[in-house]
Structure formats: structure tokens, C-alpha cells
Design a protein around this ligand. Structure first.
Ligand SMILES: Cc1ncc(COP(=O)(O)O)c(C=O)c1O
Length: 589
């Protein structure tokens, strides 16, 4: 909408439309030119509109004006125009304006929102129905997009339909389709309609709940939903908000581990003095996610004080408690201060499970903070049959899952529970005057800004709440079980084929496998598996990933995309087998 004052100039309104409309749109929007007929308002009105009018626009200078509009727009310019409006567009010009705009106009939102939902729903339908059009692993080359887009941002509005056309032609080819039913790489980015709707509602309400005051519902819902989830996971009561602990939704697992390292460090420095920082040591394994090292780096923990304990196949790549105990004793003897253990339930490489019971006992006996990173596998612990993998959680100080990995909560949503919320708050609290407020029952109020790095925060619990309500726990358990069963189905194929081997014990929905070595030739075996990975991924029909364990190049098949069914797993296995047989028989692919 152009908002021109007293002008003699020209207002140019390039509305763009998508139109399917109803003729009487808001053509030019408000053109408040107060000119005396000297303003020309030229609207190339596209608009979104529902324009069925052939409407010669009538620049209906509502209100203020003397406006004359000429044109052949579908839609009407509700312009408050005092100039001469020429509208040559079709559809409404809602929002396609120059000058003063209404960025969150409800009519525009309704119309464009419907279009966007249709676009996304079509995407999901096409992913299933026309997989040949969507190579799971994008085939574009670096820099592909630069040649397809202009050098600078548009000066004038462009129509949504043109933009969506660009998405289809230019963006989608550069998308790796994490939501494809044939996506089996890394760990999934778990989505659902409920999670999507939650994201939508979050974007729509767009509140910033850094303190209770800034959106009481955002804080209170988060507290309640994380208590619900803690109960589904059968976490000990001290992780509930009714005790000293509680949950908070962090953005990612990386943020979760960082805040707890900071909390534990703060506690230690309070006891031992700030000068002791260089003596603080932490423990994890060579399988621990790289986010832990980064958290230590940010927290100022000296790199040489990060003990990554060695793992191997004898513990299925889990942390050996004996190694931990020995490392702690040795560090204590040298004057170091052990203060943090990062245990993992479901490592990134192979979904290994560190034994929380003995590790927790060691942590407790030395007064060391134990964090449990269960980013992927922790989600499965809402099923009674998988809950055993977090037995021993009683002795952990903090516990984290990524609901965006396997609880259908869309990126990003990373619930973190702590045993003692004051340890987090002590480390991270800020109290600038401009955020102060008075409230009754002050002691009951939570300000989540003090539980995280950033101040601003999204209302992420909404989508978790929606996922839990719209599906119910029983369905969620069954979704997870389906994925585990599909992984088992794949594993059975691997076991039955003598050319292949399963490399680690499978607990969840990840299968680690490879073409087996012939005559113990590990080097050739690694080479063949690399070739196999490249070959199957280059088909565009499936996407799997890899890792290395004890120097072996391993293929990873992780089930978790929301549309994956048995037929996709069967198809994936066929592709892998076909390419493997070429590699085996040709000797060279
Ligand atoms: C075990 C584990 N921890 C932490 C992370 C990091 O999570 P995020 O990407 O949410 O930071 C991952 C990611 O795959 C993971 O597998």
C-alpha cells in the first residue's frame, strides 16, 4: 500500500497476485496520496487476490479522495487515493506494495497461508508419489544457486506465486529430502502434522517468553509439558518442576550440553575458586557427540583436560566404567578437579549406550556432575521396553533428548531436565533493570531466560503439547516401535546376505553394517564400502550415511522419517544389494 503525502510524484504499486479471487480485493491498498490529481498511482496489481473481476478498477478512492482509478485489475483498489490510479493488475494487491505496508495483515495471511499449506502438502504428496522427481540426496553442485538468483534484493514486491515457482524450480533441487520416506541417513529430522501445526501456531503468535511476564502461558505450558514428558519417560521425581529440578526446552542438543557444562563449572569454581579453572577436567568417550567438545571450548575448559575414553567393540562402543574410574583416580592424584561426565544413550555413530548405573555411581561417589545426552535414543524411552536404557538416570544431574530427532516435534526442540534448577540459574541469571517486574507469588515464577544462553526464545512447548495431545502417548510409542521394527527388518536382510555383516548390536532404529571383508583384507573392505555408499547415494533413490568404528568404514541405516514404510526399506535393500553385487563382481565400480 502506498502512502503518499501531498505529492506530485508517482506512486508505483507493483502488486502481484496469485489470484483466485473474488474481485473485490484490496487493489492498491491504501494510497493516501493527498495530491491534487497530480499523483499518479500506477499499480501493476497482481495481488493475491481472489480476483474474478475483470474489474476495471476503479481506483475507488475511499475516503479521502478524489482518486480516479483506471485499470483492468481483478480486484479493487481500496485505495484512499487522491491521485489517479491506474491499476493494471489482476487480483488484489494486498501486501504487494511500496511504502507503508501491513506486514501481518490478517486477510493476506489467510490467503497466502492457505496457499503455503497447499504447497507444503503437495510437497509431501509428491515425495511419496513421484520419488523420481526428488533425489533424496540433492545433486546440485556448490554455488548452483548464485547463477539462478539476482545479485540483489528486489526493490518492489514480487508475487507469492512467482516466489513459489522459484522454490519449486530453484530451491527444491538444492534440498536434501530429509522427509523422504527413503531417507535413512544420520538421524532423522522427525516431523509430523501436529509438530508442523505447532510451529505454525508458534510463528503466528510469535511471543517472546524470556520472562514469565512476557507471556505467562509460554512459561507455564513449558513447565507443564516437560513434566508430562518427564513422566512418560519415567524420570525420577527430582527432575519435575514440583521439586528442585525441572525441564526447559532448549533449541538443540548443543545448547543443552553447553548450559549444563556452564552450570557445573560455576558450581565448581564457587567451591574451588576461579583460579581453579585450568584444573577442571571432564570425561566422555571417543564416541561422544562433538557438541561436548565445543561446549567445553566455550566454557573455557582446557582442551588437554578433556578426557575422551577409548571404546571398542568389547563394550559395543559404550564407555567402560573401569576406564572412567581409573581416569578420575589418576587425575585426582595429579591435582586435577574432575567435575563433569558426559554419558550418552544412543551415540551418534552407532547408537551405543553408556551404562548409566555404574557411571552414575562413580559420578555420585566423586561428586561429579553427570549429564546424559540421549538426543536420539532417549525419545524411545517413552516405550516401557526401551526405558531400561536409561536405568540409572537417578544419579544423573541432567538429561537431554531431541524431540526433533524422534518425537515428531519438528526442528528444533530439545527438552533438557535438571535435578537442581538453581545450579542453572546461578550460572546463567542476568537481571537488567529493564526486565524487572513485580508479580505475586514471586517464588513460583520461572524466567526461562536464566536457563539458557539467549534471551529471546520461541514458544516451542506449544508444538510438543500439540504432538502429545493430537497423537497421544500410545500412538507415539507405536510410531517409535514401527521404526525400530523396520530397522530390524533391514537388519534381517543384512544378516541373511553372506556378503554383508552387521557391525554393532542394534538397540533402536539404527543398523550399522558393511560389506564384509574377504580374507581379512580390511583396507579393501573399507574401499568397497566407500564405493558402495557413493554408488547408492548417487542413485538419488535413497540416502544412507556412514561412520568409522575401530578404523572400519561403516554404513549407517537409520529409520526415522515420518513416511517410511516397509516397501521403502525393501526397495532400499534392493538398491544396496544391486550395487554391492556390481562392486563385488567387477572388483571395481
Ligand atoms: C547423541 C547426540 N548428541 C547431540 C547431538 C547434537 O544435537 P543438535 O544437532 O540438536 O545440537 C546429536 C546430533 O545428531 C546426537 O546424535
Amino acid at each position: 500500500m502506498c502512502d503518499r503525502e501531498y505529492g506530485n510524484g508517482n506512486d508505483i504499486v507493483n502488486g502481484n497476485g496469485i489470484g483466485n479471487g473474488n474481485g473485490l480485493g484490496n487493489g492498491i491498498g491504501k494510497c493516501n496520496g493527498n495530491g491534487n490529481g497530480l499523483d499518479n498511482i500506477i499499480a501493476n496489481g497482481h495481488g493475491i487476490g481472489n480476483g474474478n473481476g475483470l474489474g476495471s478498477i476503479v481506483g475507488i478512492g475511499h475516503g479521502i479522495g478524489n482518486g480516479n482509478g483506471l485499470g483492468n485489475s481483478h480486484g479493487i483498489a481500496n485505495g484512499h487515493s487522491n491521485g489517479n490510479g491506474y491499476v493494471n493488475g489482476s487480483g488484489k494487491v494486498n501486501g504487494a506494495t511500496v511504502g507503508k505496508m501491513r506486514p501481518m495483515d490478517s486477510k493476506v495471511l489467510r490467503e497466502q497461508g492457505h496457499l503455503m499449506v497447499d504447497f507444503i502438502a503437495d510437497y509431501y504428496k509428491n515425495l511419496e508419489d513421484s520419488p523420481q522427481d526428488f533425489p533424496v540426496l540433492s545433486k546440485v553442485q556448490p554455488g548452483y544457486l548464485r547463477d539462478m538468483l539476482p545479485d540483489s534484493a528486489p526493490e518492489h514486491p514480487e508475487p507469492l506465486n512467482e516466489l513459489l515457482d522459484d522454490v519449486s524450480k530453484k530451491i527444491i533441487p538444492g534440498i536434501t529430502h530429509w522427509q523422504s520416506p527413503s531417507y535413512f541417513a544420520y538421524y532423522a529430522a522427525s516431523t509430523s502434522v501436529a509438530g508442523f501445526l505447532g510451529e505454525m501456531l508458534n510463528a503466528g503468535l510469535s511471543v517472546v517468553g524470556f520472562t514469565w511476564l512476557t507471556s505467562p502461558a509460554a512459561t507455564e505450558l513449558e513447565v507443564i509439558v516437560l513434566d508430562w514428558l518427564a513422566k512418560l519417560l519415567q524420570l525420577p521425581d527430582h527432575f519435575l518442576s514440583t521439586g528442585n529440578g525441572g525441564g526447559v526446552v532448549q533449541g538443540t542438543g548443543c545448547e543443552a550440553v553447553l548450559v549444563v557444562v556452564l552450570a557445573a563449572r560455576h558450581k565448581m569454581l564457587k567451591t574451588n575458586g576461579k583460579a581453579s579453572l585450568s584444573r577442571l577436567v571432564v570425561y566422555a568417550t571417543d564416541q561422544t557427540h562433538s557438541s561436548f567438545g565445543k561446549a567445553c571450548l566455550i566454557a573455557g575448559i582446557h582442551e588437554e583436560n578433556i578426557r575422551l575414553l577409548k571404546t571398542d567393540s568389547s563394550t559395543n562402543y559404550a564407555m567402560p566404567p573401569k576406564s572412567l574410574e581409573e581416569a578420575i583416580s589418576s587425575d585426582l592424584a595429579k591435582g586435577f578437579i574432575p567435575f563433569f561426565i558426559c554419558a550418552t544413550v544412543g551415540t551418534t555413530s552407532s547408537a551405543a549406550v553408556d551404562p548409566l548405573v555404574p557411571l552414575g555411581e562413580i559420578a555420585k561417589s566423586y561428586g561429579i556432575w553427570m549429564h546424559v545426552d540421549a538426543a536420539y535414543a532417549g525419545n524411545s524411552c517413552i516405550c516401557p521396553e526401551f526405558r531400561k536404557h536409561i536405568d540409572g538416570i537417578e544419579n544423573a544431574d541432567s538429561f537431554n533428548i531431541n524431540a526433533h530427532k524422534w518425537l515428531f516435534a519438528n526442528q528444533t526442540c530439545s527438552p533438557l531436565w535438571v535435578k537442581d534448577r538453581y545450579s542453572l540459574i546461578d550460572a546463567l541469571k542476568t537481571d537488567p533493570e529493564y526486565l524487572e517486574y513485580k508479580v505475586s507469588k514471586r517464588e513460583e515464577v520461572i524466567n526461562f531466560k536464566d536457563w539458557q544462553i539467549s534471551l529471546s526464545r520461541r514458544f516451542r512447548s506449544l508444538k510438543l503439547w500439540m504432538v502429545l495431545r493430537l497423537y497421544g502417548a500410545e500412538n507415539l510409542r507405536n510410531f517409535i516401535r514401527d521404526h525400530v521394527n523396520l530397522a530390524k527388518h533391514f537388519e534381517d536382510y543384512v544378516i541373511q546376505d553372506p556378503h554383508f555383516e552387521v557391525v554393532t548390536i542394534r538397540y533402536f532404529s539404527l543398523v550399522c553394517f558393511r560389506l564384509a571383508p574377504v580374507d581379512g583384507d580390511e583396507e579393501k573392505c573399507n574401499k568397497q564400502n566407500r564405493e558402495l555408499l557413493a554408488a547408492v547415494n548417487s542413485t538419488g533413490k535413497i540416502f544412507i550415511s556412514h561412520t568409522a568404528l575401530s578404523g572400519k568404514f561403516i554404513l549407517r541405516f537409520a529409520v526415522g522419517a515420518p513416511l517410511t514404510e516397509e516397501k521403502h526399506v525393501n526397495e532400499a535393500w534392493k538398491i544396496i544389494q544391486n550395487h554391492a553385487s556390481k562392486i563385488i563382481h567387477n572388483g571395481n565400480y
